[in-house]
Design a binder for this molecule. Sequence first.
Ligand code: COI
Length: 354
Amino acid sequence: MVDLDKISIQKIAKTKISEVDFEKIPFGKVYSDHMFMADYKEGQWQNLRIVPYGYMPMSPATPALHYGQSIFEGLKAYKNESGEALVFRPLANWKRMNVSAERMCMPTVPEELFMDGMNTLIDLDRQWIPSTDGSSLYIRPFMFSADEYIGIKPSDNFTFMIITCPVGAYYSTPVKVRIEQHYTRAAEGGTGFAKAGGNYGGALYPAKLAQQDGYHQLIWTDGKEHKYVEESGTMNVMFVIDDTLVTPALGDSILRGITRDSVLSLARHWGIKVEERRISVDELVDGLKNGRVKEAFGAGTAATIAHIELIGHNGEDYYLPPIEKREFSNKVFRELDLMKRGLSPDPFDWVYKV
Ligand code: COI
């Protein structure tokens, strides 16, 4: 059992916050003062602690480094008008982390450990939550295997940590994506639905090839036939086709995005027709050609709602309608943003006050 009275806190000698330009925050490069850590040893979570953010010693034989037994989450904190810290859907992240843990042979993280670690850390570093427009405090919980052993087996020891960083937009412009029909991100029976580090590492090379051609990201297709649209690696993908919001149905190879779920829930709440189903590349490209695809966007914690400017396929770029004409994605972006900042009703009880 986790003894929650036992989060020890070692504070930083001097905050680094004055070094940060909150008007110009890049994504993922600036870290707040403290981090949370817990060790899993002999079948127990223990040694719960908050320490100054910084480097940490580890064995060169740590299996996470060799075999990628590591998982992570991403969520965000905002400030409301009274300066209180609000976190968006942390319990959904906690649940998904445990789905990933199970797939990757790792121990689950008890709710109290995840929530109390996060609360204590955010409470301590609450001045790091930006209040500038379009920014937030990105929270990165993660867990990795920590044995000192390079044989192949699930570890007995693990480290769970939370770090946080003030962030601006992940994509600062509408995104250009290319449909990928050669390389595979995830396959049926694989780990694509889990937030496992290796899913991201394996996607770097094909994404780099697309970036060399001027795209930001890929739209991955299924690993078996490369005929059906899946997700975009940094975000789930959604389309407005005629008057229907359409997104690939979840399966083994698609991340169970929390922003994806939030968008679908809001759309249904607003009475918009929603379809979670297979979308073939042919259907998408035909729809882009004949104007039936009215909107395309990515949905993710880091990406928020990222308008897709164009989709590349077989050497052609298909442009989507101008951003200002995109009724649904602009509305859902606005609504979610207001909700996360405590400025609009929260009918689903998604906003959690620290
Ligand atoms: C997130 O959206 O939180 C992710 O983990 C995606 C990554 C591109 C930062």
